[in-house]
Design a protein around this ligand. Sequence first.
Ligand code: BGC
Length: 369
Amino acid sequence: MPAEHLGADALVRVSISAMLEHQSENGAFVASPDFSQYSRYCWLRDGSFVAYALDRAGEHAAARRYHDWVDAAIGPGGIAAQIDAVVEKRKAGKAIVPGEMPPARFDLGGAAVDDDWPNFQIDGYGTWLWALGQHLALTDSPYLPSELRASAERATRYISAFALEPCFDVWEENGGHVHTSTLASVFAGLTSASILLGDDEASARAAAVAACLHDRAEEARYFPKSDGNDDIDASALWLAAPFRVVAADDPYLLATVEKIEAELVDRGGVRRFPGDTYFGGGMWPVLTCSLGWYYAGAGRRDEAERCRDWTRERFDDQGRLAEQFGGETRDPESYREWVERWGPPARDLLWSHAMYVVLCAEIEEYSQP
Ligand code: BGC
């Protein structure tokens, strides 16, 4: 029997337990315990959303352990020198080689992995700074702990230097473009840094990023996927929640949401982008909950609850929540190709659990009369 019979609250506890259970002692969150390509790594993007969800659930010690893990991974015992070198190179106007850039993911020990993964993705560093700011706000901590300061400064210098450069997107594709949701994460990271570090330059840079997004929307009349692709991408939802580049009722965001509803919502679940073929391009809990998160913030409670219910019905009888659903019937050929390459897709994804927890928290929060 699917675990949905447990109801939303009990499943929130299932999701919190899954995230805690799969946190390493040093603070890392494995992306998925069961999928070949994810089971040995912690992504800054996934991990930062997971830490935020745990903060929303009151699990502050676990969230703090994650921030300490990031601090170690990007600090002097980790990739600090690599970050400093590329920032210097950028300042000197030298050419940047994508393979030299700081990684999107680390092994669980916090070490960078020397492989051909499309590592140059700056959004994770922005999302980390955002999640760190949220951690402090949700724990009523007025100051950034001094031991985290150097890493926060370093991540800020990095995303500031590369804010408007092409890099791989949040789906680890399209390395030649500047992506809307990447800019949104960078905006949130710089805004957080401006507060945590009292850094006016970060605040000015965040304004430049917001202006770039605004100009792009002004031209297209909605927020397109990137500067090189007019398609819609569901990750654009993050422009409002959680990254707050624009308000939920911004006219260009409303037009974007309408497009997402028309082109990417499939039987209640949300796909990533129209041409997605990864494991058949199914519906993702991460994005269905993102749409619910948007609706909750826009006061559209019934629709937010529908997103929650769709996700709730996707837990399996072991309390697992997969990365995506339905790809095997939507595009069987692509699905098969990916299975042949990497084995079956992730049946349990920590980031899916995280977004479910956040959506449930949001619905509670916004249900107050
Ligand atoms: C997704 C990324 C995610 C990674 C680990 C990839 O397939 O495109 O957004 O960070 O999996 O979950």
